[in-house]
Design a protein around this ligand. Structure first.
Ligand code: HEM
Length: 196
């Protein structure tokens, strides 16, 4: 029952947020290619907000005892799939931007496109059948895809902060770094716990 409510709530938040970003970019926008740029930028931010729980619920629930976390942990697959949907909206925005500008992907986009390919693999293998079929390799594959996505956010926000500065990029970069440091902290704690 609880899961059903959650399954309804999470995609609803995503749909409402995308609708707001669409409105904010195109209706309030100036009617030029900048609108597509805003749409691209804000869809990436939205995807990042959906990515943080994917990145943090596992380690958080390992060191913090909380009912909310224990009820969210089994739903990680669903949370990951919702993030996948959010990040595909960024891809749609990119395609719309290319169409508006009359441009296309270049060699510079290779790393980002590889990350998208890993996301496709991650989404396609987020099911019990794939877990059984790939065995231990499944965990490795999902770990690589998750860290590839994390690297995409980390490098983009670090670059933006260096180039543009400002409170927004400072917050986004601080969040990305804090999330990473937290995962490292939990990893070290677990190692110490195992050795003790
Ligand atoms: C080939 C694939 C991709 C292309 C062409 C692309 C293109 C873009 C463009 C045009 C923007 C908006 C630029 C602006 O601010 O005016 C943007 C923003 C961004 N993208 Fe992507 N992107 C790609 C894949 C990715 C991936 C895989 C990630 C993360 C894993 C990512 C994360 C971001 C982030 C974090 C921003 C900045 C949002 C902000 O300013 O707050 N992108 N991207």
């Amino acid at each position: 029952m609880q899961l059903r409510g959650f399954q309804f709530y999470y995609p609803t938040v995503l749909i409402l947020a995308v609708t707001y970003i669409l409105y904010y970019s195109f209706v309030i926008g100036s009617g030029g290619a900048e609108d597509y740029e805003s749409f691209t930028r804000y869809t990436a931010r939205l995807a990042f907000i959906f990515f943080l729980p994917v990145f943090l619920i596992g380690p958080l629930s390992q060191i913090v005892q909380s009912n909310i976390l224990s009820s969210l942990r089994p739903k990680r697959r669903f949370i990951g799939l919702t993030f996948g949907a959010a990040h595909f909206v960024h891809l749609i925005a990119i395609l719309l931007l290319h169409q508006a500008k009359g441009t296309w992907f270049t060699l510079d986009d290779t790393a980002a496109l590889i990350i998208y390919s890993l996301l496709v693999v991650q989404v396609a293998t987020s099911n019990n059948f794939s877990v059984r079929k790939f065995g231990k390799g499944w965990k490795v594959l999902h770990w690589i895809a998750m860290y590839a996505l994390f690297t995409g956010f980390f490098i983009t926000y670090m670059g933006r902060l260096q180039e543009m500065g400002g409170a927004v990029y400072l917050i986004l970069f601080a969040l990305t770094s804090a999330a990473w440091l937290f995962r490292i902290y939990v990893f070290i704690q677990q190692r110490i716990g195992k050795e003790a």
